[in-house]
Design a protein. Structure first.
Length: 540
């Protein structure tokens, strides 16, 4: 094949949604090609239809979604006309797919090597020993350290980046002609994300594959794309080369997505002189220990190692670092979901680290948390209004008054009082995060800990949530501990930034100092790993 030969041609694809959905079609009259030797990035917000088109290619459409027009041509065949049995022959063998969340895509009860070998077995390839040898070679190719050990590991024993590499190994096992990567780096920290992007780009060049790369992040597009398809509300609004779309976008929606990327310009107001601290963290230590078992050695992980900092009233402190840096453990200690082994947490003169039982329950309202995954942190059986009112009711507020407060909070976060009687699944990811914010505000806290509260959101929704947090902070005189793996996001909202690595603080200072003039090599590494940073610098 030459480089311009389409491996996949989507022509006029229309997928109808079930009755009662928020719109008639998941995708409508969508057309684009994916050629050999290129990476076609399909970009758009949640609900744009970008993943649904990929599911049509794989024969994995959800129940109730059906094609009503168009065709999906692969090797002269219309994939929409294939039976499930025919699709199974193609999946893995000629079309591979990397899913967004490997922990849910991998079988938790099977060792990694067995799961890769299963791909060969499903297509009748090789004998048992050959399958294991090829699985090991694939783990080496995708850059997993100590592959001879990883092949015997279970998914939970690997890091997020390592699990994603296992997914890539499985997708590439039978050397497919087309690789579909559906948001494969969204949940990863920036350095791991950079490694995975480089790996996919390198494998694509070496194997000459066609790649359909689905993402909501134009920073990622700038790193890997050959061509770009921008989708909105199920339709293609812009299609062109990466250079054309990034440097001369024609559609206003494309321009809006590009403008929503956190910029390298730090607000001038950041870094003002700080008043007396609201929160004082001194010499905090936390070690997690596991006993081990027959096949698993005992482990000791030093999650926090002599961590000290202060946070002033009305201030936002950003906590930045990779997975395993200790930043989330620090947040959980501050809200007392974890108890530190030693050190002190003083909140407005109260030693928060020593509180227990009723004393802790009485004071806990002063510090509340916004979780990374609002859907997982909300009870799917409870209406949103009740989920928000639970905290005040547990603290003695009458139900009627608590529900009235829930309505007011939903209005405050931009959802409206009508949301009070709806369930979590009826909202988008960005809306659920607003619900999480409303719930955190329900007890009138002095300090909010936001743990990766925007990391999984589309860039435009992310920008809206950051703006909302800043507005609420000013309106309610809140202090904010903002935990993230993205220095650029932290710099947009934080007065000061703390960089953590392996449980220790390696750098701290004002947002301008840390972002624009980092002193430590690790901080510069985090900055360099931000996808699209070179493109933004060139555009500046």
């Amino acid at each position: 094949m030459n480089d311009n030969t389409p491996v996949l041609s989507i022509r006029g694809l229309t997928l109808a949604l079930p009755k009662g959905a928020d719109r008639e079609f998941a995708v409508e009259d969508v057309s684009y090609d994916v050629a050999a030797g290129e990476i076609m990035c399909v970009v758009g917000e949640s609900g744009s239809g970008k993943s649904m088109a990929a599911n049509a290619v794989m024969g994995l459409l959800p129940k109730g979604v059906r094609p009503t027009a168009g065709e999906v041509i692969f090797d002269g065949q219309d994939l929409l006309s294939l039976s499930e049995k025919q699709h199974r022959k193609l999946r893995g063998l000629r079309i591979g797919m990397i899913f967004q969340e490997p922990m849910t895509a991998l079988n938790p009860l099977m060792r990694v090597g067995a799961q890769i070998a299963e791909v060969f077995e499903a297509h009748g390839k090789f004998n048992g020993r050959e399958r294991q040898e090829k699985a090991l070679a694939l783990l080496e190719e995708v850059g997993i350290p100590e592959p001879d050990k990883a092949i015997r590991a279970y998914p939970f024993q690997l890091s997020g980046g390592q699990r994603q590499r296992v997914m890539i190994a499985m997708a590439l096992a039978l050397e497919p002609e087309l690789l579909i990567a559906d948001e494969p780096t969204t949940a990863l920290d920036v350095t791991t994300q950079a490694q995975i992007l480089e790996l996919i780009r390198d494998l694509q060049k070496r194997r000459g594959m066609a790649v359909m790369f689905i993402t909501h992040d134009f920073g990622v597009v700038a790193e890997v794309a050959t061509r770009v398809c921008v989708m909105r509300y199920g339709q293609v609004v812009e299609l062109g080369s990466a250079d054309e779309v990034l440097h001369d976008p024609q559609h206003e929606y494309t321009r809006a997505l590009l403008e929503a990327i956190p910029s390298n310009v730090i607000p001038e107001s950041r870094g003002a002189e700080r008043p007396a601290p609201l929160l004082e963290v001194r010499n905090l230590h936390k070690v997690f220990r596991s006993r081990g078992g027959l096949f698993k050695p005992a482990r000791e992980v030093r999650a926090l190692d002599d961590v000290s900092f202060t946070l002033a009233p009305g201030e936002t402190v950003g906590i930045v670092g990779e997975s395993g840096s200790g930043k989330s453990t620090l947040g959980r200690c501050v809200v007392r979901l974890e108890r530190p082994d030693s050190g002190t947490l003083t909140l407005a003169g109260t030693d928060f680290s020593e509180l227990k039982g009723d004393a802790l329950r009485r004071e806990r309202h002063r510090v509340q948390m916004i979780f990374q995954d609002p859907y997982a942190s909300l009870n799917p059986r409870h209406r949103v209004g009740y989920a928000i009112a639970q905290g005040p009711m547990a603290n003695g507020v009458p139900r009627k008054k608590a529900m009235q407060q829930a309505e007011e909070l939903l209005e405050m976060v931009g959802l409206g009082a009508v949301a009070v009687d709806r369930y979590p699944h009826e909202f988008s990811g960005g809306q659920r995060q607003r619900i999480g914010i409303a719930r955190a505000l329900a007890l009138n806290p002095e300090l909010i800990v936001a743990d990766e509260a925007v990391s999984a959101l589309d860039v435009s929704i992310q920008a809206q949530v950051l703006e909302l947090l800043e507005e609420l902070k000013q309106k309610l005189s809140l202090s904010l501990l903002f935990i993230t793996h993205d220095l650029r996001v932290a710099a947009q909202i934080s007065d000061s930034i703390i960089v953590m690595q392996n449980g220790r603080i390696v750098e701290q200072g004002t947002a301008q100092e840390v972002f624009l003039k980092p002193r430590e090599a690790y901080t510069r590494q985090l900055l360099d790993a931000i996808p699209g940073r070179e493109h933004e610098a060139a555009m500046a």
